[in-house]
Design a protein around this ligand. Structure first.
Ligand SMILES: [Zn+2]
Length: 284
């Protein structure tokens, strides 16, 4: 499942490729991914529109376009769900079986593919209205984090996944940030000291910034090959090397901790796996 760094890398990759391109045709193959926008409304708003910008908010992609008919800005919100991919393909390449939406850009296609159709590509922006601060922005301070954590008795690992606390920290980076801050994932959020909160704030930013920096070295440009240029996410498609190397506890149950060499442990919290070192990560 893509987390904030993967979505940021994808946004940076697609931004220059889409900039200034005009949508000549909109083919919707799975209307489910547009919900609640109707297929008719979607096609009407986007046919002839030109891409002007692309940014990220949490795990959402925000495509900015200019409408052909009204000349007004149109925002298209994308989310990759569990298995979504968004990429450009040349016209002579075959369109994948699970393509949900295909934009005809003239010389190439812009394709949103999703084997499980849990993602979204929609004109409805309500999903981003209640999101918390961006972890890498100035609006996310240790003080704000401390204030929010004091209000919660949830285990800190579970609380970190709350998108109203801070956006974009998913299951992988929650475990990684807590390992870096040496805080047990089981500690109640309101039990963190100010010193621990500051360490955690720093760890969240460091782990995400390192992931973005590491991922940005990956080649994403399409070259016409069958799988080249398709940005693979997660393990279902095979994990790129860079991805594995920077994870210190995630998916390393039984393997030696990088600090103390004792085995990393896996537990389940709120139905999700957590990985941590019981020796290095203290629960007080
Ligand atoms: Zn350890």
């Amino acid at each position: 499942m893509p987390e904030l760094p993967e979505v940021e890398i994808l946004a940076r990759h697609l931004r220059p490729l889409l900039h200034g391109k005009t949508i000549r045709g909109v083919s919707v193959r799975r209307a489910k991914v547009l919900r609640p926008t109707s297929q008719r409304e979607f096609q009407k708003a986007l046919t002839g529109a030109k891409f002007t910008d692309l940014s990220r908010r949490g795990k959402y992609l925000l495509f900015e376009l200019r409408s052909k008919t009204s000349g007004k800005p149109v925002t298209l919100l994308g989310h990759l769900g569990m298995t979504g991919r968004m990429f450009l393909a040349k016209k002579n390449e075959s369109i994948p079986k699970h393509a949900a939406v295909v934009f005809d850009l003239g010389r190439e296609y812009f394709i949103y593919e999703d084997t499980r159709y849990f993602g979204r590509l929609t004109l409805d922006l309500s999903a981003i209205e209640k999101l918390g601060p961006e972890p890498l922005d100035k609006s996310f301070s240790p003080e704000i984090l401390a204030r929010e954590l004091k209000r919660s008795r949830q285990a800190i690992k579970v609380k970190l996944l709350d998108q109203s606390l801070v956006v974009g920290v998913g299951n992988i980076y929650a475990s990684e940030a807590l390992f870096r801050a040496r805080i047990s994932p089981k500690l109640a959020a309101n039990k963190l000291t100010l010193a621990q909160t500051k360490k955690l704030w720093r760890a969240i930013r460091d782990v995400l910034a390192a992931a973005i920096a590491g991922g940005s070295t990956v080649q994403l440009n399409f070259t016409g090959g069958k799988s080249d240029g398709l940005f693979y996410f997660g393990r279902a498609h095979g994990t790129p090397d860079y991805y594995e190397e920077r994870l210190r506890v995630y998916d390393r149950a039984g393997k030696p901790c990088f600090h103390c060499r004792r085995p990393v442990k896996r537990i389940v919290q709120a139905a999700r796996s957590t990985f941590y070192c019981p020796h290095c990560q203290i629960s007080r």
